[in-house]
Design a protein around this ligand. Structure first.
Ligand code: NAD
Length: 348
């Protein structure tokens, strides 16, 4: 039996998720809620995002139940799974309400920009009947999953260094421009860079401390628009860093990259390098090898994974609510380091 989904927030990410549910054999999109009267009436056109607008053009949203409030959607007995793609500052409040209503919940990242609040949601999820997963999509991105496995298996030996990079132009398309207000989005630090922070934790474990430098004020008043973080591990020969920001010129587009130097190979991923996104430069090989991974996105695969877990009545393991809260805590440590220009210990 397919899982009946109610989607809350029909912006860039809501439409991306809708498109995935419409293509899935495991789910049926049955209801939605958006406070914008145009969208509530079924006109989902417009909006934007980093990787193109995935508006479900081939279907008519007017066939779905349009609820007047998130609470009304949570009370809908035809909804099994609530998917929260609302602006970040609304995540915690509505995740808790949806769990209290007995629903399963998928929530976009970041879970919150406040560590205490993120931990409170994780604690609420522990007691809830429904299951919660936070959409930390990089853990499901095929070429990033490949990296996780390569590090874990030690197939190419130990890792000497890993550098992650994520550059975007200033997001100007969000509802009421919420994303460029630091108290609402946490700025590029929590919105964009958390993808790399979460993945670093996933692959290399918890760092002992972080050292970050960053600047802000250009795009987001009072926030961090661009930063560089060195994750400091007990193992001093493991060098892991991530740089990200949203000040790039619009003509530059969106970049996500990693370069990981192993003892016996160097892996390089660049989302902009069509046909050869992931290249492996192995010791002794005459030329670099293209690593072909499944043609999918982390967004599609995270949703497919969560739907699979729900069908099997299992809690998701690839990412847990505690994990999502820890990633919020690590980003908060990075913010403290930017502000103090000091190394900040990380105690998850
Ligand atoms: N995983 C990723 O790669 C990725 C990419 C982009 C955004 N996101 C995350 O997705 C979330 C949403 O971002 P977005 O870019 O889609 O934002 P958006 O501004 O495009 O969309 C937000 C939508 O929520 C609606 N809304 C606002 N308040 C509401 C309320 N109280 N009740 C009902 N509807 C309400 C707005 O009308 C709008 O349609 C954010 O947390 C963001 O960080 C994740």
């Amino acid at each position: 039996m397919s899982i009946r989904v109610g989607l809350v927030g029909i912006g860039f990410m809501g439409k991306t998720h809708a498109d995935i549910y419409l293509k899935s054999s495991k789910a049926e999109l049955v209801a939605f809620c958006d406070s914008d009267p145009k969208k509530a009436a079924g006109d989902w056109s417009g909006g934007g995002g980093n990787l193109g607008d995935a508006a479900g053009k081939s279907f008519d949203p007017r066939k779905l139940t349009s609820h007047k409030s998130p609470e009304a959607l949570f009370a809908d007995p035809n909804v099994d799974l609530v998917d929260i793609t609302l602006p970040t500052y609304l995540h915690a409040k509505y995740v808790i309400k949806a769990l209290e209503a007995g629903k399963h919940v998928l929530c976009e990242k970041p879970l919150s920009t406040n560590v205490k609040e993120a931990r409170a949601v994780a604690a609420a999820a522990k007691k809830a009947k429904g299951k919660l997963m936070v959409a930390q999509c990089m853990r499901f991105w095929p070429e990033w999953e490949w990296l996780k496995e390569a590090v874990k298996s030690k197939k190419y030996g130990k890792v000497h260094s890993a550098v992650f990079r994520r550059f975007a132009s200033t997001p100007t398309w969000t509802w009421n421009n919420w994303i460029l207000q630091a108290p609402l989005s946490g700025s590029a630090l929590f919105d964009l860079h958390i993808h790399d922070t979460d993945f670093v934790r996933y692959v290399f474990g918890e760092p002992a401390a972080v050292f970050s430098v960053g600047n802000g004020g250009k795009a987001t008043k009072g926030g961090v628009d661009h930063l560089v973080t060195q994750y400091l591990y007990k193992n001093k020969s493991l060098l892991v860093s991530a740089e990200g920001g949203w000040n790039a010129d619009p003509t530059y587009g969106f970049t996500m990259r990693y370069t990981v130097v192993f003892e016996k190979a160097t892996a390089d991923f660049d989302i902009g390098r069509e046909g050869k996104m992931l290249m492996l430069h192995a010791k002794g090989a005459k030329e670099a090898q293209v690593i072909a991974c499944r043609a999918s996105t982390g967004w599609a695969d995270e949703i497919d994974y969560f739907l699979g877990c729900l069908a099997k009545k299992q809690a998701p393991k690839v990412t847990t609510p505690e994990d999502a809260a820890r990633s919020v805590a690590l980003v908060a440590a990075e913010l403290q380091s930017v502000r103090t220009r000091k190394i900040v210990p990380f105690k998850p």
